[in-house]
Design a protein around this ligand. Structure first.
Ligand code: NI
Length: 275
């Protein structure tokens, strides 16, 4: 598969789960903007069958190389980001994984049971990131995971897919700051993640980020259905390093708060504040 084709498939799958992302891109395009994608984030577990290396392999074959690494102690996550070696306009790929060894026996058991349901002999690993959920779910297991790790419960429901796409704010011609982007989105009725403030990071850290809160979509548990936060859209403005090149990395403290865009408690709080 070509790089453009893979990225298109990821976008199409992502916008099915995140209708607001398509609407927001439309808001920018109506202003004459051509939206450039800064990065795509993917989530997984550190189980060797599906870990970061497995998810990254097709990107590496398409010319991506491993760059920064990031630790999220409290959330028990580890992440790598990848950049394309030859195409600076290609989105960076940010892949995180839950460190199962640090999770409770219950979380380990539920995740193993889910992954054991995947028939890896029949699976094309190159498209694993597009496969969504490949296991049965139950409300009891979801609740148990969600109490301990919002990341684990999100993965349990949505499986392998893009967690978010990111608008590269530097390339917007009609909006000069992340503040302006945020104001426009709020004016249009979109809700932002305000955990740790709407803007994470600063020019001094060479990266400012904001994001919407995740859309909520109905998920069926047998005959019952529950609205669960799916995916969100992120906005990133990058600043030049002292050597004049634009910073390409990520700030763990900011990413830590951006992860919370899919947290049930945050989504509930933001939605109830706006009622
Ligand atoms: Ni991101």
């Amino acid at each position: 598969m070509e790089k453009g084709q893979l990225l298109d498939l990821l976008w199409n799958q992502y916008t099915l789960l995140t209708p607001s992302a398509r609407l927001i891109r439309g808001v920018f395009e109506d202003r004459g903007e051509q939206v450039q994608n800064d990065h795509i984030a993917l989530r997984t577990f550190d189980d060797e069958r599906v870990n970061i290396s497995v998810i990254a392999a097709p990107f590496v074959r398409l010319g991506y190389v491993k760059k920064g690494e990031y630790q999220f102690k409290e959330k028990k996550l580890f992440a790598h980001h990848y950049e394309h070696a030859e195409d600076p306009s290609a989105p960076k790929i940010f892949i995180s994984q839950l460190l199962l060894g640090q999770c409770s026996a219950d979380v380990q058991r539920i995740v193993s049971k889910a992954l054991d349901q995947i028939d890896f002999t029949k699976l094309d690993l190159d498209t694993l990131m597009l496969k969504g959920r490949l296991w049965e779910i139950s409300a009891a297991e979801y609740d148990l995971l969600q109490k301990e790790s919002e990341y684990a419960s999100w993965m349990y429901i949505f499986g392998f897919c893009a967690n978010h796409f990111t608008v590269f704010v530097n390339e917007l011609k009609t909006l000069n700051s992340l503040q302006d982007v945020n104001s426009l989105l709020k004016e249009k009725g979109f809700k932002l993640n305000d955990a740790g403030g709407e803007i994470k990071g600063s020019p001094g850290e060479y990266l400012e980020q904001s994001s919407t809160i995740a859309d909520q979509i109905p998920v069926a548990f047998g005959s019952e259905s529950k609205n669960i936060p799916s995916c969100y859209y992120e906005f990133a403005r990058r600043y030049p390093l002292p050597d004049g090149t634009i910073y390409q990395g990520f700030i763990a403290a900011s990413a830590d708060k951006i992860f919370e865009s899919t947290n049930v408690s945050l989504v509930d709080k933001v939605l109830s504040n706006s009622r």
